[in-house]
Design a protein around this ligand. Structure first.
Ligand SMILES: NC(=O)c1ccc[n+]([C@@H]2O[C@H](COP(=O)([O-])OP(=O)(O)OC[C@H]3O[C@@H](n4cnc5c(N)ncnc54)[C@H](OP(=O)(O)O)[C@@H]3O)[C@@H](O)[C@H]2O)c1
Length: 325
């Protein structure tokens, strides 16, 4: 028997229910993983609430790490006993699961399962945002919202490594201090300060080359005023709600701006991208160019509490949940 989360109706964290069932028979190309650690990502809250609608009932969780405990006879990519991790495969809130072997990456010896589950999805997101979508270098000034969050703290360190000047936003003084320790040059407390005016002040009215915005509704339109002419607005998430529709005329009038709404599904799930991006993330971690701020206080059985804390802006850095069942 396995345990897994099932959402029967969309809503708050109270809709997260555990059920027990038999694990289905392996299909060709699949392996069974026993999870050791499961990553928590903001997208899990969108799937739960229905902001990103999924057919119901649905499983939950997009990231996990663990050990291969069974495999279909046609699978050559991995062996029983291998330590593996994956992203963007619904159903990681479970003790064991079946998954296509093609979606897995092997965890290097230098990296623990806990680190892999804390870094892979968020780190791959940072990799494509700063190295492929917009190739950041040491001539660039960047505005990164919610810079003390899971994606944000990794982005700070990665952008620092690339030599960029980083302006971040954060909800509290404590988060601002943490972002600075992780390489952020300037942090704006956007609950109390006008972040557009502050960015203008910090850039001598020039503006930034690129805005990375995972907050969405509360910041995305305002953020257009932080950009230089020909600047790039990257809205990659909606922690405050969906970004309102953008009139192309607005992009014209504010200086021929570029606007994109990217997803890791597009940038990170084709085999070539998965291998490239995961290898970059593991290499950045192994060489200490990025370090992890892991909030370790959650077990998989505490997942509802972890959702409540993430959505109430209490958390910082990456959240992983230990499989305690
Ligand atoms: N498109 C992609 O490929 C992709 C991939 C991964 C993640 N994402 C997105 O990246 C963003 C960050 O993800 P994460 O998992 O690392 O989460 P996170 O940043 O750890 O948590 C979200 C943060 O957003 C800020 N926030 C601002 N307004 C908020 C509100 N009304 N409610 C809740 N939080 C609010 C909070 O920081 P402050 O307290 O400092 O304001 C909060 O800590 C999310 O939007 C996620 O969907 C996108």
């Amino acid at each position: 028997m396995i345990k897994e989360v099932e959402i029967k109706t969309n809503g708050g964290p109270e809709r997260i229910l555990w059920k027990e069932r038999e694990l289905e028979k392996l299909k060709p190309g699949q392996v069974t993983i026993e999870h050791t650690f499961v990553g928590l990502n903001f997208i899990d809250t969108y799937h739960r609430s229905g902001l990103y609608p999924l057919p119901l009932p649905t499983k939950l969780g997009m990231e996990g790490a663990g050990i291969v405990v069974d495999k279909s006879s046609d699978v050559n990519e991995c062996e029983i006993g291998d330590r593996v991790a994956y992203v963007m495969a619904l159903g990681s809130y479970s003790t064991k699961r079946n998954i296509e072997a093609s979606k897995l990456v092997k965890i290097p010896d230098s990296i623990s399962d806990q680190q892999a589950a804390a870094v892979l999805l968020k780190g791959m997101t940072v990799e494509y945002l700063v190295e492929r979508l917009f190739k950041v270098n040491n001539t660039h000034t960047v505005l990164f919202h919610a810079v003390a969050g899971g994606v944000g703290l990794l982005a700070c360190q990665w952008l620092k490594h690339l030599g960029a000047k980083i302006i971040g936003t954060a909800g509290t003084e404590e988060k601002a201090a943490l972002a600075k320790q992780n390489g952020c040059d300037e942090v704006i407390l956007y609950k109390s300060e006008n972040f557009v005016e502050k960015v203008k002040y910090l850039t001598n009215d020039v503006g930034v080359d690129v805005v990375y915005d995972g907050v969405g509704k509360d910041t995305a339109i305002l953020g257009l005023d932080c950009l230089k002419p020909l600047g790039t607005m990257v809205v990659f998430g909606n922690s405050s709600g969906n970004c309102p529709p953008i009139d192309p005329g607005l992009l014209a009038s504010k200086g021929s701006l570029f606007f994109t709404r990217p997803t890791l599904m597009t940038y990170g799930t084709k085999k070539k991208d998965l291998l490239h991006s995961s290898a970059r993330v593991f290499e950045m971690l192994s060489s200490n160019k990025i370090k992890l701020e892991i909030n370790t206080s959650y077990n998989l059985s505490d997942v509802s509490k972890a959702h409540i804390d993430l959505e109430s802006r209490k958390t910082f850095g990456s959240i992983v949940m230990k499989n305690d069942y």
